[in-house]
Design a protein around this ligand. Structure first.
Ligand code: ADP
Ligand code: MG
Length: 615
């Protein structure tokens, strides 16, 4: 066989094999072009799952007569002109491949009227090499692209097409994703002439939240936190589900980098780490997140469909995502997300004050003291200044040991009511079957899982105390040798300081061997070797590791569990109130150590409905 040049049509068909997997890939390419053209409205028409017809009309910048044949040419694009442009590209497209690829496997018509044009023009391509005809047309400013009989000349691809229903579902999912990525775009989607979805352009946050609710379900919107954080030139905006709104599948996770959806291991890992300590084991978080980053710091030219990206500063991105979400989720205090409070930026700031007050709590000889709480605070009933009561907890106390002086507590209640002040979790009325605290707040009734709540409060205290005391390390009598790769040994040396801060001492005794000389006392019974290996793997992949902290937390969590109020122990009212106040002040107290919710609210409205009052 001799080498020969392939004809252009075949070249395009080969390219189409990469970019156009199924009808929804065509819709993706066309919508991205409409977005790049600055459109604010698109109308999508689909027939027979997109195999018979895909038509997309937009109100973007359009094209002039001369540009039309170029749009269908391979490697012709208006989006970049140089390598410099490529390295800072902001548009979705830049390869100039989509339209010629699509044209090579379908009947394609482009009709367009450019911004400053008097006349609209239409061009038809049938994938052949002859110069396509251009004819005058009638069209408002913008572009309509019509694709008929997709894959009519590629029998192999046709065979892989699924049912009309399945192909349409793929298109529907894709449109949903674009709708999340580009809120300012109004979208109408019709299937066989019937409107399937109609989304109005959203510019303000409320409108965006309506759109997110309609695409991800209202339950997600009700149980999520809003994030808007900027640091070191990175900006993260969006909505993350509360830990208790976890999913069995990773099916509600949308991450956009400069408006482009990406599936990226670094991102997934960083977000998952953000949920560490609050997510039920084996569950998946839900999120819609937009990362804005200088386009120079991200390489989008890693894959033809551009679902993968490469971050130039991957460690910085990882640590930014992790720390932003970790901090946000630490604020999931019981009571704080009621009435959308958690999605309120002001409350977020209040949350910062809480963190200060919980850090002030003292720890000594197995007895922890509740940080002082006062009542002058405007929103949530916690301030740092006035000590109102104290509760003590002893982790060795079999009876649970949750105590507060009743005289003090009565004072608190009286003072609070006098000031017309309402705690988010209200005031305790009774305990049910030794399991649930029933309380009353302004909205109605609060039910608290006593054990779960106490477990989290205790756990958070143990963690704070652990950090404050400084890590206690214990030298190994016989250092444990582990065989590692040279790269792992290098990494261990580079991060020696970080290991030391966590209680580990590692030394290198050969190019491919490490000695573990010292470990944290708390991990005395664990498998230090596996832990060190996993940490090294993390460090190499992500530049950071939370594993040692996680292992320590696991031990603390078990301690908290054993030390917490057991089921069936009757608490006194002051004890219950003390627990409620501590929940309000404790980070992550909205869910127990295992990610289950610790409390719930039944409003008077909901109770009225139960009894069909006022209907
Ligand atoms: P790319 O998007 O990578 O540039 P395409 O093949 O998708 O390549 O499109 C080629 C060119 O056609 C684009 O660069 C753009 O100038 C033009 N074009 C395509 N679709 C539209 C549209 N909807 N509105 C305006 N111009 C368009
Ligand atoms: Mg394109």
């Amino acid at each position: 066989m001799r080498i020969k040049q392939l004809p252009p049509k075949l070249v395009n068909q080969i390219a189409a094999g990469e970019v156009i997997e199924r009808p929804s890939s065509v819709v993706k390419e066309l919508l991205e072009n409409s977005i790049d053209a600055g459109s604010t409205r698109v109308e999508i028409d689909i027939e027979q799952g997109g195999v018979k017809l895909i038509r997309i009309r937009d109100n973007g910048c359009g094209m002039s007569r001369d540009e039309l044949p170029l749009a269908l040419d391979r490697h012709a694009t208006s989006k970049i002109a140089s390598l410099d442009d490529l390295e800072s590209v902001r548009t979705m497209g830049f390869r100039g491949e989509a339209l010629p690829s699509i044209a090579s496997v379908s009947q394609l018509t482009v009709t367009s009227k450019g911004e400053n044009e008097e006349q609209a023009w239409s061009i038809k391509a049938d994938g052949s090499e002859k110069v396509p005809d251009i004819s005058p047309a009638s069209h408002p400013h913008g572009t309509t692209i019509e694709i008929r009989d997709l894959f009519f000349n590629v029998p192999a691809r046709r065979k892989f097409m699924k049912t009309e229903r399945t192909e349409f579902n793929h298109i529907d999912t894709l449109v949903k994703r674009i709708a999340l990525s580009t809120p300012h775009l109004g979208i109408t989607l019709r299937n066989n002439g019937k409107v399937v979805s109609q989304l109005r352009a959203a510019d303000r946050r409320e409108e965006m939240e309506k759109r997110v609710a309609s695409l991800c379900g209202p339950a997600f919107m009700e149980q999520c936190l809003y994030v808007d954080h900027e640091a070191a030139g990175l900006k993260l905006r969006g909505w993350v589900g509360l830990p208790t709104f976890s999913r069995s599948q990773a099916d509600l996770q949308y991450f956009f980098v400069n408006g482009r959806i990406v599936r990226d291991r670094l991102v997934t890992h960083a977000v998952k780490q953000g949920y560490q300590d609050v997510m039920y084991h084996g569950r998946h978080p839900a999120y819609v997140l937009h990362l804005d980053i200088d386009p120079k710091l991200v390489d989008v030219n890693a894959h033809p469909t551009k679902y993968e990206v490469r971050f130039r500063e991957s460690r910085m991105v990882h640590s930014f995502l992790f720390s932003t979400l970790n901090k946000l989720l630490a604020d999931t205090k019981a009571g704080s997300n009621e009435a959308g409070a958690a999605r309120n930026a002001e409350l977020h700031q209040l949350g910062q004050q809480y963190q200060v007050s919980s850090r002030l709590s003292a720890f000594g000889a197995g007895v922890m003291q509740q940080s002082p709480m006062g009542l002058q605070d405007g929103g949530m009933g916690v301030s740092e200044s006035t000590p109102a009561y104290q509760s003590t907890f002893s982790s060795n106390n079999d009876r649970g040991g949750y105590q507060a002086s009743s005289a003090q507590m009565v004072q608190v209640n009286a003072a609070a009511q006098e000031q017309g002040h309402d705690h988010p979790l209200g005031y305790a009325l009774a305990q049910l079957h030794g399991l649930y605290v029933i309380a009353q707040n302004q909205q109605g009734m609060i039910i608290v899982d006593t054990h779960a709540a106490h477990e989290r409060v205790t756990y958070e205290k143990l963690k704070t105390a652990y950090e404050q005391q400084g890590i206690q390390a214990q030298p190994l009598l016989v250092p444990a040798g582990i065989a590692v790769s040279e790269k792992e040994a290098d990494t261990a040396e580079q991060h020696a300081e970080a290991f030391a801060q966590l209680g580990f001492e590692l030394t290198r005794n050969a190019p491919e061997s490490l000695l573990i000389r010292q470990i944290p006392v708390l991990l005395g019974n664990g498998d230090a070797e596996t832990l060190v290996r996993d940490v090294l793997a993390d460090l190499i992949a992500h530049g950071s590791s939370e594993r040692i902290k996680e292992a320590v937390n696991e031990v603390l969590s078990t301690m908290a569990c054993h030390g917490s109020v057991r089921a069936n122990r009757q608490l006194s009212l002051p004890e219950m109130n003390a627990l409620l106040r501590e929940m309000e002040a404790t980070e992550r107290s909205g869910q127990c150590n295992h990610g289950r919710p610790t409390w719930t609210q039944l409003t008077v409205d909901q109770l009225d409905k139960l009894f069909m009052r006022g209907q």
